[in-house]
Design a protein around this ligand. Structure first.
Ligand code: NDP
Length: 294
């Protein structure tokens, strides 16, 4: 007879995200042991079948696969430092947001405790966990990724980026950087239209339509970066865009809206044009961000 029992999983951290991760693991039939600093946050999961651990050490002892999803790296170290002995031989998957440097440093710490370490970056909000829209980036131990694929796949599409522990965080932070650029522009756009009393619900479909139309921009920019050619096939040259961008700043001033979310790009646009790149495409601005050119 084939043993179809799902492997046990421990989850440390039951904020909005740790709770969502635990819920899909439970729904998928995994025995789940949970621990959270504020114990009451485990109540609903316990009702659904999770085991409540009284301490991080007890939780870690319960499963070979230990998933950590806490606020930040300092909280991860605060929770795990006292239980370091118990990590030997464990597959430690850390889905806490952090920088590539923090991931590398923590991978070293985990290796010193004898744990196999996989770092992860969740590209989803809690209600998306377990749906096709979610994806999770991983880097570090390929062995952990392959051995625990079943559990990891319950969260969403699992994407392994390589053995270097910092890779998942690097990609995660890069994707969030793109997202916050869009969010900054969206906040400004609603403030600007709101200054004329235009209902947000009326403006939102136009903004969505425009941003969707622009969503292919990264693919074209990538081709130009790969070719190291910002000057071929340009349809919206930088000098034109620099002049137009000035209108964004002036319109904000006219409407009594602060331009502080938009302001940082303007001097960079002007500098790139002054440096003789006005005929090129916008992605060439990337050169200004390289420290040696700043
Ligand atoms: P929450 O604020 O909902 O939960 C934070 C968790 O961290 C709680 O379990 C909290 O415990 C715990 N915690 C904080 N400080 C400490 C500490 N010093 N010692 C022990 N436990 C501590 O955050 P989320 O669950 O939403 O986020 C968790 C991680 O997931 C973050 O790194 C976040 O960036 C990442 N993430 C979140 C997304 C989201 O949309 N929510 C999206 C993608 C990634 P307590 O309950 O006791 O306060």
């Amino acid at each position: 007879m084939t043993n179809t029992a799902k492997p046990a999983v421990t989850v440390l951290g039951l904020g909005a995200m740790g709770t969502a991760l635990s819920e899909v693991l439970l729904a998928g039939g995994h025995p789940v042991t949970v621990w959270n600093r504020t114990a009451a946050k485990a109540d609903a999961l316990v009702e659904k079948g999770a085991a409540r651990a009284a301490s991080p050490a007890e939780a870690i002892a319960a499963s070979r696969l230990v998933i950590v999803c806490l606020l930040d790296y300092p909280s991860v170290r605060e929770v795990l430092d006292s239980t370091a002995d118990g990590l030997r031989g464990r597959a430690l998957v850390n889905l806490t947001n952090g920088t590539p440097g923090q991931a590398r440093e923590f991978a070293h710490w985990a290796a010193c405790q004898g744990a196999d370490y996989l770092d992860g970056g969740i590209m989803a909000v809690p209600p998306m966990i377990g749906t096709p829209a979610a994806f999770v980036l991983y880097s570090g131990s390929r062995e952990v990724f392959d051995s625990h694929r079943g559990a990891l796949d319950s969260f969403g599409d699992s994407i392994y980026l390589g053995a270097a522990a910092g890779l998942a965080a690097l990609h995660d932070i890069a994707l969030l950087s793109g997202m916050y650029g869009m969010i900054m522009g969206t906040i400004h756009a609603f403030a600007l239209t709101g200054s004329e009393g235009i209902p947000a619900a009326q403006f939102a479909p136009l903004l969505t339509r425009w941003l969707s139309g622009m969503s292919q921009w990264p693919a074209g920019a990538a081709a130009q970066i790969e070719a190291q050619d910002y000057a071929s096939g340009v349809v919206s040259n930088l000098a034109m865009q620099a002049a137009g961008y000035g209108n964004l700043i002036r319109a904000a001033e006219e409407q009594g809206i602060s331009a502080e979310l938009l302001a940082p790009l303007e001097p960079l646009l002007r500098r790139r044009v002054a440096d003789g790149h006005g005929h090129e495409d916008l992605i060439g601005m990337m050169e200004l961000l390289k420290v040696e050119n700043a």
